[in-house]
Design a protein around this ligand. Structure first.
Ligand code: FAD
Length: 456
């Protein structure tokens, strides 16, 4: 009987466990997780902040589902890996033996790295918050009940989720951007402006070219005897903004502690082959912690995407159970909301403007998007319903669809299937804002009047 041990109860770990069980009905599967909340939807956390869904909707699995699959759950942190003995050590001192091990340890939010963010004992100053897991989401809600004002720094999707969540919770929110526009290495200037305009309409105060110099704090309560917490931020221009919360969403980094200690090959993340095998024969890695190769660009890439983590977990699980399976990275895709506007990001869409609001990658993000495609942009007119296509020599290399999503699925298929767009290339480039019409007509032809299966 094979002894499978998986570290991490997130999307990648659970997907691997399900797949192992499918191929090996008798093997022992142990899932180690340090979060008391277990397996839940991280992308769903933003909807908890805005109060759009109840907490109960975050759980894709009930405890009985783990029982039904015969998955043994171990609560606690894995602190060590002994490759020679094939053992995982837990924080409580116990050791678990494995034949095959999966590292599905995910990623963790990075600190802002500004003075005042940490207390002298190294802990984070109360009131400095991050939208990273269920526990800190609850903390945001709890603090927001008493807070009047917050300052948020960072970029990408999580910063906006934080900003909009705080506003929904009734907190007056200032959003600091280091540069002069939002998410400048993925969005073009018009898209950034659409998002910024909508945020301002929601009452969010955006401060361009603004950085925190220091986070100020003071003790709360009568005679200053309570907790020491955020009281204001001082900007590099010397302005002081009193606030009770500082939201940090500058990016995430893979959880590499165990892989490092075990001497596995690491670059940006744990390096894996297409079978999700690490540099060690018994150890696999999947999800936010793993670094794969992007077939589109040929470069090593990190993704922080839920469907990618599930896919990689599935491939790792199959190979761990002895069923040879290869991971083929799909075109990076996310359907998200930016300032309330549904936005689909597909393939390579990057621009030449660096984004200094983030360090590396953020949640719900793919490094692929930042790649600057060898392409010419074709776009529909300025409107909230906007399509930007990256038109390559023969194929579409990427796209951003904002607002009306009628064409996002067809465009995704055209990019993912590398459909030859020669018949419409010139029309797209000369479409004078009518990109949507040209694509819709072409899709009907390619799709044979609707007979082709369009993946959701
Ligand atoms: C606010 C937010 C918004 C997001 N939005 C989107 C989105 O719009 N679209 C999208 O596709 N993705 C989004 N994501 C990203 C997506 O949730 C992740 O890519 C996905 O959860 C990664 O799964 P994973 O299994 O690799 O890691 P995780 O889900 O992070 O799970 C890893 C688990 O391992 C545990 N762990 C780590 N080390 C140890 C250890 N030593 N011992 C025990 N346990 C350990 C961690 O505590 C964690 O529970 C978002 C994430 C967040 C937080």
């Amino acid at each position: 009987m094979t002894n499978y041990v998986i570290i991490g109860t997130g999307a990648a770990g659970v997907s691997a466990a399900e797949t192992i069980r499918k191929h090996d009905p008798k093997g022992k599967i142990t899932l180690i997780g340090e979060e008391p909340d277990g397996y839940y939807s991280r992308p769903g956390l933003a909807y908890i902040l805005t109060g759009e869904i109840p907490s109960s909707q975050l759980y894709p699995f009930a405890p009985e589902d783990f029982e039904r699959l015969g998955i043994h759950l171990v609560s606690g942190q894995a602190t060590g890996l002994d490759l020679a003995r094939k053992q995982v050590t837990l924080a409580n001192g116990k050791a678990l033996a494995y034949n095959r091990l999966l590292l599905a340890t995910g990623a963790q939010a990075r600190p802002a790295g500004v003075p005042g963010e940490k207390l002298p004992n190294g802990e984070t100053l109360p009131g400095v918050i991050q939208l990273d897991n269920f526990a800190n989401t609850r903390e945001i809600v709890r603090r927001a009940r008493k807070a009047k004002t917050a300052v948020v720094v960072g970029g990408g999707i999580t910063a906006l989720e934080l900003v909009e969540g705080l506003v929904t919770l009734g907190v007056k929110t200032h959003y600091f951007l280091r540069g002069n526009r939002y998410w400048s290495n993925v969005l073009d200037e018009i898209e950034s402006r659409i998002v910024e305009y909508r945020l301002q309409e929601e009452g969010i105060r955006i401060h361009f070219n603004t950085e925190i110099e220091t986070i100020l704090s003071r003790p709360t309560g009568l005679f200053g005897k309570g907790e020491i917490r955020v009281s204001a931020v001082k900007t590099k221009a010397g302005k002081i903004i009193p606030c009770e919360m500082v939201g940090v969403a500058v990016g995430v980094g893979p959880r590499l502690e165990l892989a490092k200690a075990a001497g596995l090959k690491i670059e940006k993340g744990v390096v894996v082959e297409e079978t999700m095998h690490t540099s060690h024969p018994d150890i696999y890695a999947a999800g936010d912690v793993a670094q794969v190769n992007d077939p589109l660009t040929g470069k090593p890439v990190m993704d922080v995407l839920w469907p990618t983590a599930r896919d990689q977990g599935r491939v790792a699980g199959a190979n761990m159970a002895g069923v040879y399976t290869v991971y083929k990275k799909e075109i990076a895709l996310n359907v998200t909301r930016l300032a309330g506007l549904t936005t689909t990001i597909i393939g390579t869409v990057g621009g030449k403007t660096p984004d200094n609001d983030t360090i590396g990658i953020v949640r719900g993000d793919s490094e692929t998007w930042r790649e600057i495609p060898d392409a010419i942009a074709a776009q529909s007119n300025f409107d909230v319903n906007r399509i930007r296509l990256m038109v390559g020599e023969k194929t579409l290399l990427g796209a951003i669809v904002m607002g009306d999503q009628t064409l996002s699925s067809p465009i995704h298929r055209l990019v993912a299937d590398q459909v030859d767009i020669t018949p419409i290339r010139e029309r797209l480039l000369q479409s004078d804002g009518q990109v949507g019409e040209v694509i819709a007509g072409f899709w009907t032809q390619v799709n044979g009047g609707g007979s082709r299966n369009v993946k959701p």
